[in-house]
Design a protein around this ligand. Sequence first.
Ligand SMILES: *Cc1c(COP(=O)(O)O)cnc(C)c1O
Length: 356
Amino acid sequence: MKKHNFYAGPSILPEVVYEKTKEAIDDLYGSGVSLMSISHRSKEFQSVMDEAQDLFKELLDIPDGYHVLFLGGGASSQFYMIPYNLMKGKASYLNTGTWAKKAIKEAKLFGEIIEVASSADKGFNYIPRGYNVPADVDYMHITTNNTIAGTEIKEDLDFGVTLVADMSSDILSRPVDVSKYGVIYGGAQKNLGPAGVTFVIVKEDILGKVDRQIPTMIDYRTHIAKGSMFNTPPVLPVFSVLQTLKWLKGLGGVEVMQKINQEKASLLYAEIDRNKLFKPGVPDERDRSLMNITFVMNEEYKDLDKDFLELAAERDIVGIKGHRSVGGFRASTYNALPKKSVEVLVKAMQDFEKKV
Ligand SMILES: *Cc1c(COP(=O)(O)O)cnc(C)c1O
């Protein structure tokens, strides 16, 4: 690719994913038929689905009793599928930003929601700590990486209740102890593949406990029973996800990925902290996301935003304008972003400082 791509989503994927997907659009596995036009019941596509589920399990070391599903509807549809399947009367949510708020809004249609803590008082620029989760909730919901504000929960939490996590923007960026979670879900388009497929890792024995009628397509058990092939799955995005998983395995897996991500993020945070023009969006280092790095101009340089964006564009850097609700800048440093791109951005920041 010709650009240094820092878009937050859809976002950069490994080069090999574009190549393999193009090949499969021409001809899937020598079948003589395009990936887009082959039956999802064909042995060729069945092997794509099976391999993607198996490799996901292998890379995240997913224990027995869990299923990997590839569904439609985006992470946003999980905001209602989760309470539909899991909430008997009461659930708790941690409010860490835009996506958490949307999840809370949907869940309120199903029962009592306890917001155990919120970082809204400081524009969601930190991760709350030291709150209590009631023991009698049906589940506790967290957003591990807050794509917009740039905060991240980097360890596996344990509250003694079923834990549900939106990992849309940090899935497979580090090892996760899946046994601590009831459900892990997310849209693929941040760290995994093209838009159009949603991954759901679900523990089977937490299902079937609610009294309400669940429409067939919304019931996780439907998709578990059919290996994520109850209806036509998003075949092209699933194929691309498989290529990303293969790339990640080839790299050495999530431990290696985590090290690379830490390196890339440290490089950029160090420059934000050093450079007199900029300050980090997230003050507490513990809470800083390794995937979405937010920063703003210091007060006295406030009107230089546009000039910096122009300099960045001249250097083939795209996608660093901050989310409209936060302002400033956001560099998304997902798995597939080469370290070279971070170096180019850091150099641009240094050169801009000299010019001012
Ligand atoms: C992007 C994002 C979503 C929304 O995903 P869709 O697939 O567009 O519905 C939800 N949660 C987080 C953390 C996200 O980054």
